[in-house]
Design a protein around this ligand. Sequence first.
Ligand SMILES: NC(=O)c1ccc[n+]([C@@H]2O[C@H](COP(=O)([O-])OP(=O)(O)OC[C@H]3O[C@@H](n4cnc5c(N)ncnc54)[C@H](O)[C@@H]3O)[C@@H](O)[C@H]2O)c1
Length: 332
Amino acid sequence: MAKALRPLAGKVAAVTGGARGIGRATAAALLARGVRVAIGDIDAELAEQTAQALGPGAAGLPLDVTERASFSAFLTEAESRLGPLEIMINNAGIMPVGPFLEETDAIARRMVDINLHGVILGSKLALERFAARGSGHLVNIASIAGKSGVPHLATYVATKHAVVGLTESLRMEFGASGVSFSVVMPVGTNTELYSGLQQVRGIKTPEPEDVAEAIVEALQTGRFDVYVPRRMNATIRLGVLVPRRAADAINKLLGGDEAVTKPDRAARAAYEQRIGQTIAPATPSAPEPEVATVPANGQAGAESARPENDLQSEAEASQSEIKPPISTPASS
Ligand SMILES: NC(=O)c1ccc[n+]([C@@H]2O[C@H](COP(=O)([O-])OP(=O)(O)OC[C@H]3O[C@@H](n4cnc5c(N)ncnc54)[C@H](O)[C@@H]3O)[C@@H](O)[C@H]2O)c1
């Protein structure tokens, strides 16, 4: 007999990075099931707009997942407006792409800070609440990149493997606590983060709504491993069973080795510019001289000296046209 679905109506959820993309679609899907949702985002203005657009039951709040004070203030405010937190969705993430040796330390640190430490922090703050009450559901958004390797995406892939390992371990550590866990692993999804990149052959690019529905299903069933699309579960398991050379050949056949190495830079420019704005400037005492600078008019001074990859252009953004984060949370 099929297990009864867990009811969601009336619960309170928090979604990090919920102003756009997968986070926004997840907030919308939860609201449609009668869940009250706190949408936190470093783009506080957009979080507020998104909450207003999604209707009553949603609250848009400032959040920087890298700062404990900001994260704590977000959850405290969410609970005072909506009620005790029962669902935590650690979704915020960034994905700069480019050759590993051209990735600056600032970009690598920022990725680890948001994609991994932000999830660690969100997991701690949620589990403090959940464990004390003996209930709650923690959902961490990893990626199919948390189960495989992808050239030109090494640090991102490392953060996502870490999120899978973190969630696996928390599930065991809190096994008897009454808390549920899910780790979500979508393939490239149609959001700004994946703009200008290729999909693996034979897989239809999911919409953020597809990921949102998979998350809703996991909350209703308690499913831990959430692949999007679902059949990636079998693909990943098969890849582990066959010899490495065969797995490499299958990956090549599917175009997995080239999904990210040939980005459409024009299509990706807006995304790279957006995330570049939140990357900390290099300290003046430790400049990285190999990086070309961009004059105030935004044109590269010597085009021939300008590195041909996205990470580098992001480094330019971080070091020569530093703007404050899109929106600074009041508490940080
Ligand atoms: N789109 C894909 O192809 C894909 C595939 C697999 C996994 N994912 C993961 O899904 C998650 C959401 O990705 P998306 O595609 O919706 O990206 P997105 O860029 O559309 O949305 C991410 C949101 O996170 C917010 N954010 C960034 N830094 C933040 C910070 N420090 N604090 C709070 N908010 C912050 C951004 O402002 C943005 O609104 C990410 O963790 C990503 O790695 C995405």
